[in-house]
Ligand binder design. Structure first.
Ligand SMILES: Cc1cc2nc3c(=O)[nH]c(=O)nc-3n(C[C@H](O)[C@H](O)[C@H](O)COP(=O)(O)OP(=O)(O)OC[C@H]3O[C@@H](n4cnc5c(N)ncnc54)[C@H](O)[C@@H]3O)c2cc1C
Length: 317
């Protein structure tokens, strides 16, 4: 005779009556490894320069499609961005992409920066409007490129650059409405950009819905997900509030109690980003852009999880 189960005390009964979640599929060895790109920021000090170059050297064997170097707000890092991308050309096997913005400069000056990049052997530009100084509202610079779409069109006139632009799965904070933002993205691609890289997001369904909207709007270029591995939760909460990316409640719960424990925090960040990229990969996404923050470890490990192996042992994935 069966003994009736007491759901309150019977552990296995509780486990067996919960929802069943199928595991994420693992990439099979015959599929090509995903294409990656890594984003770096130009260093402000000698110590940060060493950190950046250690990061670049660590990630170089993963053979990303390109590595991009940001352009500080208001063009404040123009010389350092240029120095960094030039050194990447000269000293590594990597293909650099230089970020370039419209802020605070007339068109001729921006065109000259682009020409200097071309002359230094840089063939890829991430074309952005850029942000105004903190606490101010963006207004186009007199005689400058007003928006990123205008910059893309201008760059097309300067040289035959490969051009990437920014996309916002959660809508750019200054957009008048989501449709206007999507039309803007289409304008940037129609003006000559070949791919968009997204602002980071943590809710994968938001990105997948955004892809549907892009396709419905007639966009067919790759909308490469920007992946932000988080090792400093408090910092990312602050930064996300500024750039309009939302931080889901579940993420706060996962980091809860790690405020004084950076090692655990990093491991939690690793798990979150690994789950995110595996979910994206299970949904067919095979291109990823990593915001490295000039730290290689999480990016390297997540790339490994995705099936990317250092050049010496490629093919064994
Ligand atoms: C992958 C990535 C890399 C980035 N790198 C940098 C960097 O290196 N340096 C930096 O300073 N910032 C960088 N940013 C931040 C970016 O500069 C800001 O998000 C900026 O606020 C918008 O730039 P955008 O190129 O998307 O602008 P745009 O595409 O020009 O859009 C900006 C806003 O204006 C609206 N808009 C566009 N055209 C018009 C129009 N004609 N009339 C009215 N509204 C319009 C858009 O809907 C949007 O709300 C980056 C962002 C991403 C996603």
């Amino acid at each position: 005779m069966d003994t009736p189960l007491d759901p309150a005390s019977d552990t296995l009964h509780r486990w067996l009556t919960g929802p069943r979640v199928p595991g994420l599929p693992v990439r099979t060895a015959d599929l090509p490894a995903p294409k990656l790109s890594f984003e770096f920021s130009p260093p402000r000090t000698e110590a940060l320069e060493q950190q950046l170059w250690a990061c670049i050297k660590r990630l170089e064997p993963l053979a990303p499609r390109f590595v991009s170097v940001t352009y500080g707000a208001g063009g404040s890092t123009q010389a350092r961005t240029h120095a960094t991308v030039s050194r990447i050309v000269q000293e590594t096997s990597l293909v650099p992409a230089a970020h370039l913005t419209c802020v605070g400069a007339v068109r001729e000056a921006v065109d000259q920066v682009a020409r200097d990049y071309w002359n230094a052997g840089i063939r890829h530009i991430v074309a952005l409007r850029g942000d105004p100084p903190q606490g101010t509202v963006y207004t186009p610079y007199p005689g400058g490129y007003p928006f990123a779409a205008d910059l893309v069109a201008g760059l097309r006139e300067v040289a035959d650059f490969e051009i990437s632009v920014a996309a916002y799965p959660e809508v750019h904070p200054a957009a008048s409405n989501p449709m206007a933002d999507l039309e803007n993205l289409k304008r940037k691609l129609d003006a000559g950009a070949t791919r968009a890289i997204t602002q980071y997001f943590f809710d994968t369904s938001t990105y997948l819905r955004f892809l549907d909207l892009c396709l419905a709007a007639g966009i067919t270029a790759p909308i490469v997900p920007g992946i932000m591995p988080v090792s400093n939760y408090a910092q990312i909460v602050k930064f996300s509030a500024m750039c309009g990316a939302s931080v889901p409640t579940w993420m706060g719960r996962l980091f809860e109690g790690t405020e004084e424990d950076p090692e655990t925090r990093r491991m939690v960040g690793m798990v979150i980003a690994a789950e995110q990229v595996r979910l994206l990969q299970a949904n067919g996404v095979d291109e990823f852009h990593f915001y490295t923050l000039n730290r290689p470890d999480l990016t390297y490990a997540i790339a490994h999880v995705l099936g990317v192996r250092a050049a010496a042992s490629s093919g064994s994935a």
